[in-house]
Design a protein around this ligand. Sequence first.
Ligand code: FES
Ligand code: FE2
Length: 419
Amino acid sequence: MTRRETVSFDDLVARQTPDMSLERPFYTDRSIFERDIERIVSRQWLFVDHVSAIPKAGDYVLYEVAGESIVAVRGRDGVVRAFYNVCRHRGSRICLEPRGNLRTLTCPYHAWVYDLEGSLIHAPLMAGDFDKRDWPLHPCRVSVREGLIFIALAEDVETARLDEAMEALGPYASPYELAGAKAIHTATYPTDANWKLAVENFRECYHCASAHPEYTMVNAYVNDGAREPEKRARAVRDWVSEWESRGVVARDLRAWGDSMEAVQPFGAFRQPIREGYWTLSEDGRPVAPLMGRLEEWDKGETLMIFGPLFYVYLANDHATLFRFTPVGERHTEVVVSWLVRGDAEEGRDYDVDRVIWMWDVTTVEDTKIINDNQLGVNSRRYAPGRYSEREYGTRNFVAWYLTQHGGKTAGPGPPTMGQ
Ligand code: FES
Ligand SMILES: [Fe+2]
């Protein structure tokens, strides 16, 4: 006879060990997934897309997240707004395609028409006392920073948090002028795993040498950091001093470690790529013109973190944006976009395949290992396992996650970043 163990969620959170992966229900249970949406996803500023995805009036993209469908649309005044994709008549979805260009937002059900600013402008055969002004689309909070479109679902997500993040990250990002850059490729990597497995994987490079031959070839730190961590740390420090002497903001900005309570921790980290490598490309040679107002190749890469679900990697000639969207308890959507400077021309200045090579091949590999991780975790025999010293980024993420769910704060782990 089996006896079903009943443990409250709070007890389950309390009995997790910060230096170990989580118990199985955190990766498989529907009700915990729903708590994650409520407690974590809905309280973040969520990255939607880069502004270059909707350059003209009427251009829109949909973002499906937390059971909502959000339309981000550029108005005739050039302003990017966001609305819930819910008709005010009887609630139909309005935009059905993931992206496109529209003159108006017209509901396919009974043809109510909204303008690009969300006002209802046409509603056929309504009674005389019906006032269209009372029925605009429900707005969604939106903020565009450095060309990055963010939305927030909960009403009490503070704009100050985004201000704080952008102020801290601005010096790292501003020389790259992301607002003037353009997306040249976007790829979706559907992942059959809980979002935390996808994020845990993204935040450590313990797996890189075995799973990512291409990434490991480009990024010297993978093997140098494993074999001679002290020597690698000294080399990074030397580079940071050298960069700073030339006015490049390069010092490690902590995320996950200093504050486990922060709802949306942010941080930045900068390191050299590899001797003889200008950028994150197959042969190390540049793949596009220098971004923004950079005037020289400093041969570094910068990682910026905006909470658990959005990351930006900057190389001197391109940026790679990673958006993680929890879809179901065993499904996550990973979307990667690549940006180059806005005036670069395909064929002359860049070749898409060369720009996307490293992160595309690496993300395909990651999808496979994350899926296999979920399959193993599904087993009744799965039990939490111990993190290596190289998985401090994952350890800190999991400790932060438990704190967000009311667990007692585990205290910061050693260094800051994932990879
Ligand atoms: S539900 Fe949209 S017009 Fe009826
Ligand atoms: Fe990976």
